[in-house]
Design a protein around this ligand. Structure first.
Ligand code: FES
Length: 167
């Protein structure tokens, strides 16, 4: 069986975390390539629903990376984000997922090593916890629908045309 490669989503604020991610790339620091960065002007823009949506879409771990406390360019966006991350972790646990799959990090624009460490940490956590159960059930459901469609298709007939294939 192929080794499980976690999908990590990182919500990064433009001023610090995104700059740190950019610098990590310029310095060619090693961190897993399976992280997808969502750039925001400030982590204060992150809502619990955005975080849950990322898990629903199949992320195995999600991190929110903002400026150091007291350094937010929108005064207290990172404080609000921290509260929302806490709330979303609670909701995750209620939904049967591990709260450790979600974490908030604070870093400065030059903290490239800290950014790489945060991505590494979340990837390792996801690797230990295993695939997101929501992703597994989605993939399983898609496969079973496909198999059912194959079984019920009359011999010699073609698969139905997908809506986006129409001209
Ligand atoms: Fe970076 Fe608000 S501007 S967290």
């Amino acid at each position: 069986m192929a080794e499980f490669e976690p999908k990590v989503v990182a919500f990064c604020c433009h001023y610090c975390a995104y700059s740190a991610a950019d610098l990590a790339g310029s310095l060619r620091l090693e961190y897993p390539a399976n992280v997808r960065i969502v750039k925001l002007m400030c982590t204060g823009r992150v809502d619990a629903s955005h975080l849950l949506k990322a898990f629903e879409a199949g992320a195995d771990a999600v991190l929110v990376a903002g400026c150091e406390e007291g350094d937010c360019h929108f005064r207290e966006g990172n404080i609000k984000a921290k509260r929302r991350v806490g709330y979303a972790r609670k909701l995750l646990r209620e939904a049967g997922l591990e709260g450790e799959r979600l974490e908030m990090f604070n870093l400065g624009a030059s903290d490239a090593h800290k950014f790489a460490a945060a991505v590494n940490e979340m990837t390792e956590r996801a690797r230990k916890l295993g695939p997101n159960p929501l992703r597994i059930s989605r993939e399983h459901r898609a496969k079973s629908i496909e198999q059912r469609a194959k079984r019920t298709r009359a011999p010699g007939t073609r698969a139905p045309e997908k809506p986006n294939e129409r001209s």
